[in-house]
Ligand binder design. Structure first.
Ligand code: CP3
Length: 349
């Protein structure tokens, strides 16, 4: 197996910088759209054969060094008892929104295998199909990012409802977050037991907080998950899998992110990666961080930016190349192929 990605996660020597792309399985690929034309998004997430097929598409097309399970961070919300739908052009809709005690009390901490067995089935199928190729990354949303969708009922602009819950009724927010945190912990343990070889925790909306609020209302729950997973891996399994923590709007929160307990820190594009490494400490392993929209530059300029990121990231113990957030649907696959080629070519030792 190409284990460059796993070695880099552990800060070990690698022959070149491994690369994968957030949202690498998605609508920018015509091969994805062909399958999506026949099945809606949730059906794709819940049918292991379709999940496996779209997870492997970018491995074949892009030559990336890791596969990420095709699924969504909102799948556990449904397992907790909320309704979940995806509407064309509008994104996810969750209901009823979680804003009062009665609704919170009705939420379950589900058994992940009973309620989301299709995810674990897809992981087992993928491990077979990926044998001898690349490692498989599992993932979940961080508790706060997941909670924003559950409280707002979908995507939000100013996060008014969740911030009101936090500031007006902090005890109730805590009660809710304890349920979300337990759900995500058990879900990640089930993914690891089924065979994922690394996990990424997505905290896309962590950056909407001041550092103090981030520590109290978002990071504390992530720290709990990471500690729980690491204790469990140490005592109940002979192998530990690397944990990647990605926070959107990384730059204001690096001192906080450093205390998460994660093995790898995702960095978005709003900061130079060498400046981030300085604040995280040179013994860190980082992942990132080209602006996803730089994929619209001419190929020679993409190459120049790849070289710049590689050079800046050389001060860290380890680097996994990625975009600073997900690749957008309008991106040309050709440019993403050129990006992966450039990373491999210019980082070769
Ligand atoms: O990275 C991958 O290739 C793995 C698959 C993956 C998806 N979503 C597939 C998806 C992953 C890791 C996610 C994570 C996710 N989902 C996040 C965190 C990362 C991020 O991008 O910030 C969030 C916030 C979500 C929630 C979500 N899912 C929204 C807001 C939407 C609608 C917006 C959109 O892009 O359409 C989704 C839908 C979604 N998740 C799609 C895909 C490929 C598009 C669905 C379609 O085909 O119509």
């Amino acid at each position: 197996m190409n284990d460059t990605f796993l070695k880099a996660c552990r800060g070990e020597e690698v022959p070149y910088t491994p690369v994968w792309i957030m949202r690498q399985a998605g609508r920018y690929l015509p091969e994805y759209r062909a399958i999506r034309g026949k099945a809606d998004f949730l059906t794709m997430c819940k049918t292991p054969e379709l999940t496996a097929e779209v997870t492997i598409q970018p491995i074949d097309i892009l030559n990336v060094d890791a596969a990420i399970l095709f699924c969504d961070i909102l799948i556990p919300c449904e397992a907790m008892g909320q309704g979940l739908e995806f509407h064309e052009g509008k994104g996810p809709i969750l209901g009823p929104p979680v804003r009062d005690k009665a609704t919170i009390e009705k939420l379950f901490v589900p058994d992940p295998v009973d309620t989301m067995g299709f995810v674990m089935d897809a992981i087992r199928l993928l491990r077979k199909e990926l044998t001898g190729r690349v490692p498989l990354i599992g993932f979940a949303g961080a508790p706060f990012t997941t909670a924003t969708y559950m409280v707002e009922g979908g995507t939000s602009k100013n996060f008014l409802n969740i911030k009101r819950l936090i500031y007006e009724n902090p005890a109730l927010y805590k009660e809710f977050m304890n349920k979300v945190t337990s759900t995500i912990t058990e879900y990640l343990k089930a993914q690891i037991s089924a065979g994922v070889q690394a996990v990424q925790i997505f905290d896309t909306w962590g950056g909407i907080f001041s550092p103090a609020d981030f520590r109290e209302h978002a990071l504390s729950y992530v720290q709990r998950i990471i500690k729980d997973l690491k204790d469990w891996m140490r005592t109940e399994r002979d192998e530990t899998v690397p944990i990647i923590y990605f926070v959107g709007e990384t730059a204001g929160l690096l001192e906080e992110i450093k205390t998460s307990g994660a093995d790898v820190f995702g960095v978005d594009w709003r900061i130079d990666i060498d400046a981030a490494i300085k604040r995280l400490g040179n013994d860190c392993v980082v992942q990132g961080n080209l602006d996803p929209l730089s994929m619209f530059l001419p190929k020679n300029e993409i190459e120049t930016r790849v070289k710049d990121v590689l050079q800046r990231a050389s001060s860290a113990r380890g680097h996994i190349f990625n975009l600073g957030h997900g690749v957008v649907p309008q991106t040309s696959p050709e440019n993403v192929i050129a990006l992966v080629e450039a990373v491999h070519k210019f980082s070769k030792k």
